[in-house]
Each structure stands twice: as structure tokens, then as C-alpha cells.
Design a binder for this molecule. Structure first.
Ligand SMILES: *Cc1c(COP(=O)(O)O)cnc(C)c1O
Length: 367
């Protein structure tokens, strides 16, 4: 089987370092926050070119705490897209704010800036552009559209290392949220996340919010939660950060192979990359009107794929109260029917890539 993503391959390649990190943390006696977390926060901030980073226990919490730290609350509006992972949206609802969806650009899968201007009202407090699949939203153009009053929070959960010209995603907006869920470009061995920003005041609040609202031990100055980053995860992430650029480069080579092999095959549309953007291929997502048939053909040939995402958020059962039915966001709905995520992870071999592209060509040649 050629998996969409095989995480064990990476562990096996760095087994000695990773096992050493586990022993180091367990012997230290410090398992939440502490020195490893502080070091990783500093290294990740330096990697992005941003002043601060605050380690948390998931990307979902990163989104929630960033809204919270900015004071976004009931009655406020936050603009995002319905074609993203569910946490982008659920974070907005959990702080009590109202999400205002705008449709995506069908070529890039990203928030269509044309629709954003019309969505801004006097209640808009923030906009959450999603660097979906490792592709990059033009944050400067977005900022020009929403104006200085609206905070820009990058959802960079799929874009570790991605760049817009010479700046990294996560350093361009007012704040950014990353997930280190195992399958992300930089993944922990469990759940973890981080907020990055150069806003010193917000950082102070986020540090309090993640740790029971404490300023000092047992001195609670805000109503917080427990969203601390584990020392073990921080130690793994520090090790893995050193390899991130190489892994992303491997992903870019795989993407180039897909482009060369799949260009003009059937009705496939390959992912568009905006000039100025460095895509990091968290996912390699193709589009075809024969998606479901292609998927079962590939499955029969031992090629595992996934669909990101089969149902746009406004059509999910949990959010029926939005009252937005079929047809509300035509581009998002069409992509939900037509996109397929091909195998993509750094350790994919030339033979595996050929296995994927041969099976796809076979499908379109015979179908
Ligand atoms: C993974 C992801 C998140 C949430 O991260 P978790 O660590 O799983 O909570 C948020 N937004 C996007 C776009 C994601 O892909």
C-alpha cells in the first residue's frame, strides 16, 4: 500500500535522536512547559522571523486563545472561509463570536479577497486567512482590503516553512496559529500547537491564558484554561525543526514529479501556486469531475488517498443553525465534490510516486 501519509517512516529514519530526546526529558523531571518548551518557542520564533511564540496543546487552542487574547467576543464578527479544517471555525464559535464566511478562489483553494471587502462591517474584529494545503494567502493584500482596524490571524496549521516572497507564513499577520498534529509538515508525537506574534502585550495574555490564567503561581489574573505544551513534544519538535526545510524541499520535488507526470492527464487540475508564494505541499490536492471513480480505482491499485474536505463547514450537522444550505458557497461546494489528496510526505520514493502516477494515467486512459 502507498499511503497518503506514512509517519512511521520518519520516526525510523531518526530513531536514535528521538529515543534520546525521550530519555532526556524523562530524566529531567520537568514534563510540562519548562526549559525544553521555552527553547523550542525561541527557536521556532527565530525560524519564522517573529519576536514571540507561545507553545500550546493544539492548533485548535492556538486559534481560540489568539481570538481570546485579542478580546474577540460575543457580538464580534470574524471573517474566514467554509473550506478549511473545522477548528478554524469552531474556535470562532467557542469564543462566542460570529463567523462570516467568504467563498474561496477555485484555482488556489484560498480565501477569495474579492469577497472579503464586502464582508467587512463595523463589527468585524478579525479575519482568519487559512494557508490551506501549504499554499499561501497574500496577507499584505488582505490587510489592504480589511484595513488597520481588523486583526489578521493567520491559520498556518498547514504551512510550516511556507513563504510569501522572503517572509515566512506565521510572521506576516498580527498573529498566527500553528498545529503540530502528527501529520502536519512539522508534527509532534501527539497533539501540540503554538501561537506566533510580535505583539508583546498579546503574548503576555496568551501565556497567562494557557496556564490557568496565572501571572505567578496561584495568582490568577484572567480566566484561563490548561493548554500547556508538553516538554516531550517540545523536545521532539526541536529535533524535527532542524529537518523541516529539507522535508519541505523533498515535498516540493515530489510535487514537481506529479506536475510533470500528470500535466494534461484526463481532466485533472493540479494545484495553482501564486507568484510570490512558496508552497510547502502539506497536501497535494488535484481536482477532477470523476473524483470518486478515480479514488476507488486508486484504492484497487494499492494507492491510498483522502478527501480534504468532503463537506464544507456550512453544511456540517453541528452548524446547521447557520441556516446556510447548498448553494451558499458554490466554489467550496464544488471542490468538496471534486478534490482528491494524493500521497504526499517527504519519504515517498521514486517507485512509489511512479506507482501513483501510473495508476492515475491508467484510470484516465481506460475510462
Ligand atoms: C490541523 C488544523 C488545525 C487544528 O489543529 P489541531 O492541532 O488539530 O487542533 C486548524 N486549522 C487547520 C487549517 C488545520 O489543518
Amino acid at each position: 500500500m502507498i499511503w497518503r501519509c506514512d509517519l512511521a517512516a520518519q520516526y525510523l529514519a531518526y530513531r536514535a535522536e528521538i529515543d534520546g530526546a525521550i530519555a532526556g526529558v524523562l530524566q529531567s523531571g520537568l514534563y510540562t512547559l519548562g526549559e525544553n518548551v521555552a527553547k523550542f518557542e525561541a527557536e521556532f520564533a527565530a525560524y519564522l522571523g517573529v519576536k514571540h511564540a507561545v507553545g500550546l496543546n493544539s492548533g485548535t487552542d492556538a486559534l481560540m486563545l489568539s481570538l481570546w487574547a485579542l478580546g474577540v467576543r460575543r457580538g464580534d464578527e470574524v471573517i474566514t472561509t467554509p473550506f478549511t479544517a473545522i477548528p478554524t471555525y469552531s474556535a470562532i464559535t467557542h469564543v462566542g463570536a460570529t463567523a462570516i464566511f467568504v467563498d474561496i478562489d477555485p484555482a488556489t483553494f484560498l480565501m477569495d479577497l474579492k469577497h472579503v471587502a464586502a464582508a467587512v462591517t463595523e463589527r468585524t474584529r478579525a479575519v482568519i486567512p487559512v494557508h490551506l494545503f501549504g499554499s499561501v494567502v497574500d496577507i499584505d493584500a488582505l490587510r489592504a482590503v480589511v484595513g488597520p482596524r481588523v486583526s489578521v490571524i493567520e491559520d498556518a496549521a498547514q504551512a510550516h516553512g511556507a513563504r510569501w516572497r522572503d517572509r515566512r507564513c506565521g510572521s506576516i499577520g498580527d498573529m498566527a496559529c500553528f498545529s503540530f498534529y502528527p501529520a502536519k509538515n512539522l508534527g509532534a508525537y501527539g497533539d501540540a500547537g503554538i501561537i506566533t506574534t510580535s505583539d508583546a502585550q498579546a503574548v503576555e495574555r496568551i501565556r497567562q491564558l494557557r496556564n490557568y490564567g496565572e501571572r505567578r503561581k496561584y495568582e490568577h489574573v484572567v480566566k484561563g484554561v490548561n493548554s500547556r505544551l508538553d516538554a516531550l513534544q517540545a523536545a521532539f519538535l526541536m529535533l524535527k525543526l532542524q529537518h523541516l526545510d529539507d522535508w519541505n524541499a523533498a515535498g516540493a520535488r515530489h510535487a514537481e514529479t506529479y506536475r510533470v507526470e500528470l500535466d494534461g492527464v484526463g481532466d485533472l487540475t493540479l494545484p495553482a501556486v501564486a507568484p510570490g508564494a512558496t508552497h510547502v505541499y502539506h497536501l497535494f490536492v488535484v481536482r477532477t469531475q470523476r473524483r470518486d471513480a478515480l479514488r476507488s480505482h486508486l484504492d484497487g491499485r494499492g494507492v491510498h488517498t483522502r478527501i480534504h474536505y468532503p463537506t464544507p463547514i456550512h453544511l456540517q450537522e453541528a452548524y446547521r443553525e447557520l441556516g446556510l444550505g447548498q448553494g451558499a458557497f458554490p466554489n467550496a461546494e464544488a471542490l468538496a465534490r471534486e478534490t482528491l489528496s494524493l500521497p504526499m510526505y517527504p519519504e515517498l520514493t521514486t517507485e512509489q510516486l511512479a506507482g501513483v502516477t501510473d495508476a492515475i494515467k491508467e484510470f484516465f486512459a481506460t475510462g
